[in-house]
Design a protein around this ligand. Sequence first.
Ligand code: GAL
Length: 684
Amino acid sequence: MKTWATVLAVIAAGALGCGLRPAAAQTKASAKSFDIIDWNGGKFLYGVDYYPEHWPESRWEQDAAMMQAAGINFVRLAEFAWVKMEPAEGQFDFAWLDRALKVLNAHGIKAVLGTPTASPPAWLYAKYPDIAAMDENGVRYRFGSRRNYCLHNPNFIAATQRIVTAMAMHYRNHPGVIGWQIDNELGDPICYDPNCRAAFQRWCRSKFKTLDGLNKAWGTIFWGHTYTSWSEIPLPWNTLFHAHNPSLALDHRRFHSESTRDYLKLQADLLRKLTPGKAITHNDMGLYDNYPMFGEDYSNSLGVGLAHDLMRGSKGNQNFMVMEQEGGLPGWNTFWGRQAAPGLFRTWAYQGVAHGADGICYFRWRTSRYGMEQYWQGILDQDSYPNARYQVVSQTGKELAQLADLLKGSKVVSPVALLVSPDSRWAFHIQPLVKDFDYNRQLGLYYAGFRRAGVSVDVVFPESDFSSYKILVAPSLFVTDQKLVGKLTDFVKNGGTLILTYRSGVKDEHNVVTNQTLPGPLAELAGIEIHDFDPHTNQQQEVAGPDGVGRPARVWFDILTPTTAMPVLSYSKGYYAGKAAMSANRFGQGRVYYVGTELTAEACLEGAKREARGLGIPLGPELPQGVEYAARVKDGKRILFLLNYTEKPQSVILGEAWRNALTGEPEPAEVNIPAFDVKVLVNP
Ligand code: GAL
C-alpha cells in the first residue's frame, strides 16, 4: 500500500502544521498571511536536491556556479547524511556541511536541511540492533536499505532527538539555512516488534477505555476472538490464511498513522523550539514527490494534477512546494522508468505551479555514481555535461523568477471538491472489493471529469469544511461515522450537490457492516434503498438513460430502489435489467446523486459538464487530448496555464483576449502551444 494516506492523516492531524511555513507562524490565523514566495526574499523557490558529500569538494564551486546560472536559489541538503554529521555516537562533525553551505551561499543559494533520520548509520544498528523494523513474520530487516526503523524503539527515539538537536543548535542562527525537511517520505515500514505491539495495546486501551468496549466495537465474538486482557491483543500479522479482524486491522492502520504523526511531531516540536523563524516541511510519498514517468501510467497528466491537488488539500488548500520534482529518467537497481522529452521537465514544473506550488525542487542535481540510485537520473549526468535537461531547467528558472511577483498571493479557487476518505481507502485495502476495483481510480475518474471540463477541483477530507463548494464528490465512501454523515447532510440541506458512488455507507467507523438498509446512514440523503448488488465477474453491463443510449458499466453494480429519488440511468442486462443504476434526489435545498456502478471517463466528463452548467459553474475551453487547462486567481483575476504534454503543437480557442505573462504580447483567440510547451496567460 502506498503511504500517502498515512501521511495525509499525519498532516490532517496537524502535526506538521501544514508544510512549509515559518515555525513562528504555526497557528491557523497566521498561516493565512504567510506566503512561501516571501520566505526567500520574494523569490519563487527554485531548487535542487544536492548531495555535496557524494562529490569531491573541488567540484562544489563549479556546481554552485552552474546552479546559480540556472536560476537555482535553494538546495535541499543532508537528508541521508547522518553518518557524516554524527560519525560516532554523540560526536558531531558539521564542518563539511558548513563549507558546502559557504560555497552555495556565496552564489545566492540558500538551504533547506533534511533531518537525516530516514537513513540511520551502520554503527547505530550495530549498537542497538532492535532499532530495525520487524516484519510480520518476526524477522528484523537487515541493514542495507533505508527507512528501516521502529517508531516505538526508545533507542531510536533517543538517537533522533540527539541528531535533530545537534543540527538545530548548530544551524539555528545560520542565515543561509532557511528551513528544515523532516525525515524523508515518512510512512513505511510497519514494524511488528514487541515495542510496537505494546504501544498498540496502550493505544487501544486509551481509545476504548474498557475491554468490553473494544470487544463490542470490533465484533470479537466472531470466531470467539474475544480478548480477556489488553496484553492478548495482537498486531494484524502472519496469521493462517492472512485472516485478520478488519476492525482490528483498520485501528492498526490508524495507530501506525498516529505513530508516524507523533514521530514527525517529536522532530517538529524540537525544531520549532530550537530554531524559531525557520520553516518546516516534509516530502510526502507517492502522490507528492513528483515522478510522472515512474511506475504507474501517468501518461495521463491528470494523475499528476490530482497528486498536486491532494497535497494542496492536505494543507487546507494553501499553496505548497514540490520537494522532489522529476529531473531525469527514474530507475532503481533493478528497473527503469520511462525517459521524458526534455521539455516536459519544464511543463511539469509549470503544472505544479498551476496547481498551487510556490516552490519547485528537482530531484536531483546530478545522478549518483554510487548505490541503489545509479540509474535514477538527476538533471546532470555523472559527467556534469550541461545537457538538454539543464538547459530546460535553466530556462524555467529564469521564467519563474520573472513570474514571482505575478504568482505571489495567487491561489487555486475551486467550486468542486473531491472527498478523500483515508479510512475508506484503508478499509478497501484490508478487504479488497473485486479485482478490478481501485479506490484511487474512482477518485481519478470524477476528478478527471471535472478537470477536463475546465473546472478546478480541491481535495478535501472528512475533517474539512465543505461549505464553500457547490459540488462535493465522495466516491465509494465505504466507512462513515455520524459526524461525517451530519456534515454531508448539512452540505446538501444548504444547497450543495453531493455525488456518491457504489459501496458507500457500508461500514461504520469500526469497519463493521451497518445493519441498516444500504446505503446505510446515507440512504435517506440519497433517497434510495439497495437490496441487492452484483460484483462484476464476467458479464458486460450497460446502463442507459432516457435517451436509450447504452453506456458501458463495470466493476460493481448496486441495484437501486429509489424511495424519494428519481432514476437517472438503468441497467440494460442481466436479471436486474431495467432497475436503477444511478439516481438523483432532491434533499433540502440541494441534490444527491448516487452512481451505483463505475462509469467510463467519457460518461464522467459528460456528467461533470452537465452538472457544472446547471449550477452556473463556468466551463473551460474545448481541450485537445494531452492538453491541460488550469488557473490560479489573484485579486479576482485569473492566471491561466495551458500545458501541452504531447509531442505535437496544439491549439486551444479561448473566448476572451489574453496576454502572454512572459512576453507581454497579446495572444490570438486561438492560442497555439508548441510541443511539450506551456502558455501562462493573464488578462490584458
Ligand atoms: C524518492 C526519495 C528520494 C529518491 C527518489 C528517487 O522517493 O525521496 O530520496 O530516492 O525517490 O529514487
